[in-house]
Write a protein that binds this ligand. Structure first.
Ligand code: AKB
Length: 319
């Protein structure tokens, strides 16, 4: 039987690159992109697209039936910084969209589901260094509470209704194709844009705030890898820890200065500092490595070189 995949939240930072990678792998017509708004030209012109509010279960069911979808990637979510401003909207979007998709799995209308969790599931009482897979989880943010609850529901639907749902706790993600929106780790993308455009960046986190991060290619690789793994190898049905690198704003600034010696950085911490302070500095991802062979390719040097050369190329083409 032919496989048809639905990406919900296809126009966001992860969704855009995930959609293009899956279209390359399975064929453009086999990957249906959907979002509440239209995305960039490449995404819109490369395959089917549907406007979809992820909280609208009837509209979702119609799309599932029309395209004979067997696999869903639910990428729509309100991230940490925005969620603090709109707690009820964040809870509504993050939880109801997940229930809509899990219920399709329960009713056997789809075979497999991917749902992203985050390092935000951890909180101030979690061990900060090499945070283990199973540890104290007392998230202190709206976003973290929704992700922690989501993880519990994923495991519940797997155990009680045999729903094949798979998940990763993404760290901060760095990419040059689509901007992130509303996260606490967004500084690690903005800094590259500002370095090239203005030669300076005013960081909203303190210079020594270490957070776990990952280049987008690694995040996409992990997502495809966990979805392609044999079901019996997926031993964690809440969500897997995943790691690539950890750094502080000062490290990334120094790294950029190796390419742009005159680059300067200033620090003006805002409400996002408290969110960052509640998260781990580094993550132990040994379960993902052991269970489905995870290994990151990008460190900070490689990330910076790739980000700057691609953004430079984009800038030159636009001028
Ligand atoms: C955010 O900063 O909210 C996200 C995340 C770590 O999940 N990038």
């Amino acid at each position: 039987m032919e496989k048809y995949i639905l990406i919900i939240g296809a126009c966001g930072q992860i969704g855009t690159e995930l959609t293009m990678t899956l279209r390359k792998k399975y064929g453009n017509d086999h990957v249906i992109a959907s979002d509440i708004r239209e995305g960039n030209e490449t995404l819109m012109n490369s395959g089917p697209f549907e406007i979809l509010d992820a909280t609208d279960s009837n509209a979702l069911e119609e799309i599932i039936a029309y395209y004979e979808i067997s696999e869903i990637y639910l990428m729509a979510a309100m991230l940490s910084a925005t969620a603090e401003k709109f707690p009820m909207r964040a809870w509504n979007l993050n939880m109801n969209s997940l229930f809509n998709v899990l219920n399709l799995g329960k009713e056997k209308k789809v075979d497999k589901i991917f749902w992203p969790s985050s390092i935000a599931v951890f909180g101030p009482n979690t061990p900060k260094e090499a945070t283990p897979q199973n540890t104290i989880m007392e998230p202190s943010t709206v976003y973290g509470i929704s992700k922690q609850s989501g993880e519990r529901w994923c495991e519940y639907y797997f155990k009680n209704f045999d729903v094949d749902v798979r998940s990763i706790r993404y760290p901060g993600l760095i990419s040059w194709k689509t901007m992130p929106g509303g996260g606490t780790t967004d500084y690690a993308v903005e800094i590259y844009h500002k370095a090239l455009e203005e030669g300076t960046y005013n960081c909203f986190l303190k210079k020594d705030t270490v957070l776990p991060m990952m280049y987008m290619d690694d995040a996409i690789k992990a997502t495809l890898q966990i979805m392609e793994a044999d079901a019996e190898d997926i031993k964690v049905r809440s969500s897997y820890n995943l790691a690539a690198m950890s750094f502080k704003p000062e490290d990334i600034a120094q790294n950029i200065q190796q390419h742009i010696p005159d680059f300067t950085i200033t620090y003006e911490p805002d409400f996002r500092q408290a969110i960052a302070d509640s998260w781990p500095s580094s993550i132990d991802d040994s379960d993902a490595r052991a269970d489905w062979g995870w290994k990151a390719d990008f460190d900070l040097d490689k990330t910076t070189a790739t980000m700057l050369s691609n953004l430079k190329k984009n800038k030159a083409e636009a001028e």
